[in-house]
Design a protein around this ligand. Structure first.
Ligand SMILES: *Cc1c(COP(=O)(O)O)cnc(C)c1O
Length: 379
């Protein structure tokens, strides 16, 4: 069986060489934009491409505003800071995520609390979130309080796993009821929609990533989607060392960060964004090919949830059990084809093992069985 799959993937990517999980694709104005930026000398923190990238990205997502930053982790950290997360606050997220989600929470002095994911979406499960809140928290004076320690639950961060939309409408309504800010980790899901609306625009803030492995890349980069001009200005200020604009004086009015995206990266981003619709079409075609193949194989192909359009950033299958997963990973990697297990769940990493957590049965079940398949855009 593993051999059939290995031959199939070789055919799909039409190569005898090694096949990565996800390689970037440069088929547009990337080179000319970069050369033009170098020639202009505006390679760094000031330049026309940053503004263009921000407004084109906001347009694409139908978000009121976006701010470009150095990476997705910085986007998450900034969004959570703006959502009010400070020392000792609790942020509820999923354990089935990339470690950056938790790191962003912890570098603000916050504490991650984990709830389970849904089997249908692989994203945060609304039922698990409500169960956690009803069991451990109370709504008091506009705030959600974790009863045992009286810490404030400041934010909920669902993550749209592999590009597939979580049940974001239900999650948003729970957050509203409980007075908790919703920050979407949309790092993997640029271009995916839930009932026609872009992911990253349901919460107060949405964080995107343009790392080399994401659906579009700026080398390294990220962005925060936000709702209004006040938020936009606050984010710009915070990510630009809180410098008060002046012709020559250096005056900064708060402790802030240098998270701005350099112009060089934004130049790459503009060229990539122009190809995003083609990338998504290309990846959805690949997903259909995989889905067809796996309809007859002893694995379950992970499909977009109903009513949603996924960017199918990373294709995934669910194996029968851990043994099947391990032997598949071994034989494919021996053959030079990069299949990958999902991340070790956060509550099983040493630094987050003692975090507050609800039942995580789906997370643990999935973590033993999920395998990602090569998903690059095909030329
Ligand atoms: C990629 C990713 C991030 C972080 O993005 P970087 O740009 O690498 O900092 C955060 N969360 C998730 C779920 C990701 O996949």
């Amino acid at each position: 069986m593993h051999n059939t799959l290995i031959h199939f993937i070789r055919d799909v990517f039409n190569t005898k060489g090694s096949i990565p999980l996800h390689a970037p694709f440069f088929g547009g104005d990337e080179k000319s934009n970069l050369v033009e930026t170098i020639d202009s000398t505006f390679v760094s923190s000031v330049g026309a491409y940053v503004n263009a990238f921000e407004s084109e990205l906001a347009d694409y997502c139908q978000a009121p505003y976006s701010v470009a930053v150095v990476n997705g982790t910085a986007a998450l950290q900034t969004a959570l800071y703006l959502a009010g997360v400070r020392t000792n606050d609790i942020v509820i997220t999923q354990s089935l995520t990339f470690v950056a989600t938790c790191n962003a929470i912890h570098w603000l002095g916050g504490e991650a609390a984990f709830v389970d994911v849904s089997m249908e979406t692989l994203g945060m499960c609304p039922i698990s979130l409500v169960a956690f809140l009803e069991r451990h928290c109370e709504y008091d004076n506009g705030q959600c309080i974790y009863k045992r320690t009286q810490q404030v639950v400041k934010a909920v961060v669902p993550m749209h796993t592999f590009g597939h939309p979580a049940d974001i409408e239900a999650l948003a309504s729970i957050c509203e009821t409980w007075g908790i800010a919703l920050v979407e980790d949309a790092a993997e899901s640029l271009g995916s929609t839930f009932k026609g609306k872009s992911l990253g625009t349901f919460g107060q803030y949405g964080a995107l990533s343009f790392n080399g492995n994401k659906i579009i890349t700026t080398g390294g980069g990220g962005a925060i989607l936000c709702k209004n001009e006040i938020a936009y200005k606050k984010i710009k200020h915070f990510t630009t060392t809180a410098k008060v604009p002046h012709r020559f004086e250096f005056f900064h009015d708060e402790v802030a960060c240098n998270f701005r995206m350099p112009n060089l990266n934004a130049a790459l981003g503009c060229a990539q964004l122009a190809q995003l619709n083609n990338f998504i079409a290309n990846k959805r075609e690949l997903a259909a090919v995989y889905e067809d193949f796996f309809s007859e194989a002893p694995y379950t192909f992970v499909k977009e949830p109903e009513g949603c359009v996924s960017n199918y950033w990373l294709n995934a299958i669910i194996c029968k059990d851990e043994n099947q997963r391990n032997s598949l990973l071994t034989s494919s990697n021996d053959a030079g084809i990069m299949l990958r297990p999902v991340w070790t769940p956060m509550h099983l990493l040493p630094m987050y093992a003692k975090s507050i957590q609800g039942p995580l049965d789906n997370t643990e079940w999935l973590a033993k069985r999920l395998v990602n398949l090569p998903s690059s855009v095909r030329g």
